[in-house]
Design a protein. Structure first.
Length: 124
């Protein structure tokens, strides 16, 4: 948990407003998570700081706070679609895990409407 907080703080502190995230995981297949609930649950535990993370999970984990708090401002267009898809999959198929993540990153539901709009803008 402390490592997650440290990673988020470092990412925020070192990111310049116009700097985009690394494109290393831009081709991550979110659809495989939808088809494999066990794998998705492992990622949710990773994002909550309650389980081990893959390198992809660690990278995506750094995007979640920003996606929730300022609609992924430093994400590329491709990353915005990736994040929107992942969040939508969690909302639709893993509601309990999504609620825990939402409570972690937006406990007062301040960004709920913005997040729904973000998802609507980046998914067909």
């Amino acid at each position: 948990m402390k490592l997650l907080i440290l990673l988020v703080v470092v990412a925020v502190a070192t990111a310049r407003p116009d700097e985009k995230y690394s494109s290393r995981y831009d081709d991550f297949d979110v659809d495989q998570l939808k088809e494999n609930p066990r794998l998705m649950n492992a990622y949710i535990l990773c994002f909550l700081g309650e389980g081990k993370c893959t390198p992809e999970g660690n990278e995506i984990n750094t995007w979640i706070p920003e996606a929730v708090n300022n609609t992924c401002k430093n994400c590329s267009d491709k990353q915005k679609v990736l994040v929107a898809k992942m969040i939508k999959t969690m909302m639709d198929d893993h509601a309990e895990g999504w609620e825990k993540l939402k409570n972690k990153y937006d406990p007062e539901n301040v960004h709920e409407d913005e997040l729904k709009q973000f998802i609507g803008e980046h998914l067909p």
